[in-house]
Write a protein that binds this ligand. Structure first.
Ligand code: URA
Length: 232
């Protein structure tokens, strides 16, 4: 599950050059690929928790059991390169959608088996990666403490929040993993998340669009390898 609908076809065709278009509506584009004789549904979720939650409900309903998010992210620890991969072991729940499914004390943790497949895949492909905690926010700007905005104002709740997450060894910001990991755990299903860094926030607030293609192809590469490892 990438966030971006434009990434669905490319990812599906990387997995299987004969992948078939299924449907397109709003932020949801889906293709069906076959890899190692197994069906892989590639479906976008749009940006943020609400779109993700709707996709999860309907995909779980048609029988999907294992969910991988492949996304982009902003690193917040100074030693994390751009691009590189961050595999989420658990998320700080800065979203709203997951609170409609479980109280905030409930953890947003990734499934160990799916996460291990991503780690093995990152190792096998030789891509640089880290495994750790992600801060997953409902907003790209104030929730990730960005000041390059229309008002330039960040509410008190988020002022100095990046510094705090850094001190607590959080690796990165993104916008969907908290919703994904919480909801899928409450369903008794499996989910994991890998994201490619497109900015390091210790250096700049603005993502580097010129590395988007590389980030996307690294995600497709690690995803294909992880599935091959699981299906072997
Ligand atoms: N996605 C995010 O949510 N934040 C970033 O900084 C980059 C990608």
């Amino acid at each position: 599950m990438p966030g971006d609908p434009a990434r669905v076809e490319k990812t599906a065709k990387y997995l299987d050059q004969d992948a078939k278009f299924l449907a397109q509506n709003r932020e949801y584009t889906s293709f069906l690929a076959t890899l190692c004789g197994q069906k892989v549904l590639v479906c976008s979720t749009g940006i943020g928790g609400p779109g993700m939650s709707l996709a999860l409900e309907e995909l779980a309903d048609i029988g999907v059991k294992n969910f991988y998010r492949i996304g982009t992210t902003g690193a917040i620890q100074p030693d994390i390169p751009v691009p590189s991969l961050i595999i989420t072991s658990g998320s700080v729940r800065l979203d709203g959608a997951s609170t409609h499914y479980a109280p905030i004390e409930y953890p947003a943790v990734a499934d160990l088996e799916l996460t291990n497949s991503l780690v093995d895949a990152a190792r096998a492909t030789g891509l640089e990666y880290r495994v750790g905690i992600t801060a997953s926010a409902d907003t790209f700007y104030p929730g990730q403490e960005r000041y390059d905005t229309f008002s330039g104002y960040v509410i008190r709740k988020f002022q100095n929040s990046m510094k705090e997450w850094q001190a607590l060894k959080v690796l990165n910001y993104e916008m969907e993993s908290a919703t994904l990991l919480t909801i899928i755990a409450t369903f008794g299903l499996k989910a994991a998340c890998v994201a490619s860094t497109i900015v390091n926030r210790t250096r700049t607030e603005t993502p580097d669009d010129s590395i988007l293609n590389e980030a996307e192809s690294n995600l497709a590469k690690v995803m294909k390898k992880a599935l091959e490892i699981r299906f072997a």
